[in-house]
Write a protein that binds this ligand. Structure first.
Ligand code: ZN
Length: 618
């Protein structure tokens, strides 16, 4: 970041304000109930207006279990009043397994109510559920599994609910409770098509207690949940720092989840970045923006899908940057701060600038660069949506969605402020770039691409020498890297139309020829024997037929839906590549070899998506 910009942002940005806004939003949302979502949205709206943003809007979205944006079906609104769960048999005094409202995560998001007054029910294990034809009236103890894996079977066999002790943090924090958010796959949340179900989340140590009792004989519990599913609303809040052009860089943060770090801090950092940049512009300390900077706060995935459904929005949006989980302490998670690039299937030159700036601004912290994907906060890099996306955050590791996240020490406020200032500087650099800056970006991009290729070249040389990779593997990876590089160079010309990308492309081609010549392989070796799955895949050329990836699979009858996980792969479907070539791209992108079992499932999935109009296959 140039020194005067760094100093200006350091002067204006107020870390204490970031912290205060985070705490305010998190306090409203701790119980993740819709009855308070209007309040948190209104709070963000007022803060954006006070921050001096233009075009501030509070947009109401239906939470009705039916309205579908792209392929995200909005769940109904949900509130909970009270919950209790205790072992009453074997006799010897009731043993409470949850503590509501002290631990709000003990009820799963959208947990169905029990009959008024509660119920008494037998508890069976997940194993017993699988073996039984009928689980009528029982609670199912999930034995460490995510409730999502048992939900449909439990409903089909007449169980009254689930008791989950699932927790990725069970080793490090056995007394903490895991938040069960989405537990209805495909899609995260139940819609009107699904049967509501009661679900408790208990800590692994309470799970151990329950499991020990179950081993000794029959266990009965008394359970009560007072909750309500109903037609309601949820909201998008957006505001703009206007630019001279219509184009916009979009900063994204979701709210409506219970943790300060996930993601009240994201909304707070958006507002403080917006306020700081607006103040600097009005002081004349920052040049007026060429492209606008938009702040977008909404419901994760679903609300973003509603926003980007608009064709004008997609055309205007130049880049999306997620601000999810920016304050989680790397010391506590034991994980590095990650700079997530735009996916290779949506190449973006700014990765090289962001990586360089992150190294300057987050100095001293462990940093990891990560090739992008189409995750909850970056799915707008879908080819049909068309927006490159980036994200700087702390990897959550085993602490993901654990009640550990309510603890003060899990937040590294200094890191949150540093990431917010980094992003403020990054977007300001892009939005105010003049001719000279653009020339620097051009040089930096070329240099970054060459450095990246050289460092991979060294790794490949060693891997071939050690017999870990064949020359043929390396050639494939080199071609992939160079195509990605060429895509990044072309994206520079899209960001700044004055740039002529051709000289960079010429240099990338020359570099590619040199790299590939270094790893000769005989034509005989290059002949591949394809498995039958690979041959079938090679005969299928998919083309996307809908906006956004299949997520809820709303077009498909409930009992035919198939969990996906193929977003990253499908983003290579450009109407020219066949499924086998797509699998090769995924292999290069993830560094994980594609297995036949995966390919067979991918083929089945694509056939299903074709049948319901998500894909066309020729
Ligand atoms: Zn999040």
């Amino acid at each position: 970041m140039n020194e005067s910009l760094r100093q200006a942002i350091a002067r204006e940005f107020q870390p204490a304000r970031l912290e205060r806004l985070t705490r305010d939003i998190a306090a409203i949302e701790k119980t993740f109930c819709y009855r308070r979502f209007a309040e948190s949205a209104r709070y963000c709206y007022e803060q954006m207006r006070e921050a001096g943003l233009a075009d501030v809007q509070l947009i109401e979205l239906p939470a009705d279990g039916a309205t579908t944006h792209m392929d995200f079906t909005m769940p109904q609104a949900w509130d909970v009043e009270d919950a209790s769960l205790e072992i009453i048999e074997p006799a010897g005094g009731a043993v409470p397994l949850v503590d509501y409202p002290a631990m709000p995560l003990c009820v799963a998001n959208r947990c169905a109510p029990t009959p008024p007054g509660g119920i008494i029910a037998e508890v069976i294990t997940a194993q017993q559920l699988r073996a039984a034809d009928n689980a009528g009236g029982a609670f199912v103890y999930t034995e460490g599994q995510h409730p999502q894996t048992l939900r449909f079977e439990a409903v089909a066999k007449g169980a009254v609910g689930l008791i989950s002790d699932r927790s990725p943090a069970r080793e490090i924090a056995p007394n903490e409770t895991y938040w069960i958010n989405g537990w209805c796959s495909p899609g995260w949340y139940e819609t009107r098509e699904h049967m509501p179900l009661t679900c408790f989340s208990i800590s692994p140590s309470m799970g151990k207690l329950l499991s020990e009792r179950l081993q000794r004989g029959a266990v009965r519990v008394r359970a009560s949940v007072r909750s309500r599913l109903y037609d309601g609303s949820i909201y998008t809040v957006t505001g703009l720092l206007p630019g001279k052009e219509e184009r916009e860089i979009v900063l994204l943060a979701h709210i409506y989840e219970p943790f300060p770090c996930d993601d009240a801090v994201g909304a707070a950092s958006l507002i403080e970045i917006g306020r700081s940049l607006a103040a600097l512009i009005s002081q004349g300390a920052l040049r007026p923006l060429n492209v606008g900077v938009r702040l977008l706060i909404s419901m994760e995935r679903y609300g973003f899908a509603a926003y980007f459904q608009d064709e004008g929005v997609r055309r205007r949006s130049l880049l999306g940057i997620s601000m999810d989980c920016v304050s989680l302490s790397p010391t506590r998670t034991g994980e590095p701060v990650e700079v997530r690039y735009s996916p290779a299937s949506m190449p973006f030159w700014g990765d090289l600038l962001l990586w360089r700036m992150a190294n300057e601004e987050l100095g001293g912290r462990p940093l990891a660069a990560q090739c992008g994907n189409l995750s909850d906060d970056t799915f707008i890099s879908d080819l049909t949506i068309g927006v490159p996306s980036q994200w700087v955050w702390t990897r959550v590791g085993a602490t993901h969605h654990s009640s550990l996240w309510f603890r003060e020490e899990m937040n590294d406020w200094a890191l949150g402020a540093d990431i917010a200032r980094l992003i403020a500087g990054y977007v300001a650099s892009l939005a105010t770039a003049d001719k000279q800056d653009v020339e620097q970006f051009r040089e930096m991009t070329l240099q970054g691409l060459v450095e990246e290729a050289r460092s991979r070249q060294r790794e490949w040389g060693e891997a071939v020498a050690q017999g870990k990779l064949s020359a043929q593997d390396v050639r494939q990876q080199a071609r992939f890297l160079l195509e990605w590089g060429a895509g990044r160079a072309r994206s520079l010309a899209r960001t700044f139309p004055s740039v002529d990308a051709r000289p960079i492309l010429g240099q990338i081609v020359a570099l590619g020829e040199e790299l590939i010549a270094q790893f000769p392989c005989s034509p005989l070796l290059a002949e591949q024997t394809l498995s039958s799955a690979a041959r079938e895949a090679a005969g299928m050329v998919p083309r996307r037929a809908t906006l956004g990836m299949p997520f809820s699979q709303a077009r498909i009858p409930l009992d035919e839906r198939m969990p996906g996980g193929f977003e990253q792969a499908l983003n290579w479907a450009d109407g020219a590549r066949n499924l086998w070539e797509i699998a090769q791209c995924v292999q290069c992108e993830t560094g994980v070899a594609t297995q036949d079992a995966w390919l067979e499932r991918f083929i089945r999935y694509c056939r299903l998506m074709e049948r319901y109009g998500y894909l066309e296959i020729r």
